[in-house]
Design a protein around this ligand. Structure first.
Ligand SMILES: Nc1ncnc2c1ncn2[C@@H]1O[C@H](COP(=O)(O)OP(=O)(O)OP(=O)(O)O)[C@@H](O)[C@H]1O
Ligand SMILES: [Mg+2]
Length: 189
C-alpha cells in the first residue's frame, strides 16, 4: 500500500492508493476503497496521458471500457475495475470461456464503430469483472494506423490449444511471460 495522495491533493479523491498493477508505461492504483483508479505514467511516457484520455472520451458510454473522470499532465482517473486480467486467469487456473472471447470481440467492434483502431490487445489489458463481464483497459494505442494482429493471434491460440481438453488451464507466469517475449520477437508467428 503506497500513500501518494499528496501528489493529487485536491485533484483526485483523497485516500490511500493501492497498487493494482504495473505495465510498460505506467502504474495503476485504486484510490482508497472508492470505485476510482488512477493511472500514473512513467516520466518518459507522460505524453500518453492526454492521448489515452482522448481515446477514453470517444469510448464514453460503452459498457466495455472504464469511464474517465480526470486527466492530468501524466495521469488519468477512471473507473476501478473489480476483477482479474486474463493473464491472472491463466496463472490461477480460472477458466476463460468462449463467451469471454466473444465479448472481447464485441468490445473491439464497439471501438471500431467509433472510428478507432484497437491495438495492443493482450492478456493484461483484458479484465473479467467479479460479475463475469469483460472490460478493456489501456487504450492509448487505439488511434495507431498500423494493424495490430495480437488479438487475432490470441484467439487462434484459444481455439487451437486452450480449448483442447488436454491443454493445461493453469500456466506458470514465467511460461506466459516467455511465450509473450518469443511472440514479440516474432518466433511464434
Ligand atoms: N482501471 C483499472 N482497474 C483495475 N485494474 C487496473 C486498471 N487500470 C490498470 N489496471 C491494472 O494495472 C495494470 C497496468 O495498467 P495499464 O495496462 O493501463 O498500464 P500500461 O503501462 O499502459 O500497460 P502495457 O504494458 O500493456 O502498455 C493492468 O494490467 C491491470 O492489471
Ligand atoms: Mg496494459
Amino acid at each position: 500500500m503506497i500513500s501518494i495522495a499528496n501528489r493529487f491533493a485536491g485533484q483526485v479523491p483523497r485516500g490511500e492508493f493501492h497498487l493494482l498493477g504495473e505495465g510498460r508505461s505506467a502504474w495503476a492504483y485504486r484510490v482508497g476503497s472508492t470505485h476510482q483508479a488512477v493511472k500514473i505514467f512513467f516520466p518518459s511516457f507522460a505524453h500518453l496521458a492526454k492521448e489515452e484520455a482522448s481515446v477514453y472520451q470517444v469510448l464514453q458510454g460503452s459498457p466495455y471500457y472504464p469511464a474517465l473522470y480526470q486527466v492530468g499532465a501524466d495521469y488519468l482517473v477512471m473507473d476501478y475495475i473489480e476483477g482479474i486480467t486474463l493473464f491472472e486467469c491463466l496463472c490461477r487456473g480460472i477458466l476463460i470461456t468462449k463467451e469471454h472471447i466473444l465479448e472481447v470481440d464485441k468490445a473491439l467492434e464497439d471501438a471500431r464503430e467509433r472510428g478507432l483502431n484497437p491495438s495492443d490487445i493482450h492478456l493484461r489489458n483484458i479484465l473479467v469483472t467479479t460479475e463475469g463481464k469483460i472490460k478493456l483497459i489501456d487504450v492509448a494505442r487505439f488511434r495507431q494506423t498500423k494493424n495490430c494482429p495480437q488479438w487475432e493471434d490470441l484467439k487462434r491460440a484459444f481455439y487451437r490449444f486452450y480449448q483442447m481438453p488436454y491443454f493445461p488451464k493453469k500456466i506458470p507466469p514465467f511460461i506466459l511471460n516467455l511465450t509473450a517475449a518469443l511472440y514479440k520477437r516474432k518466433f511464434l508467428r
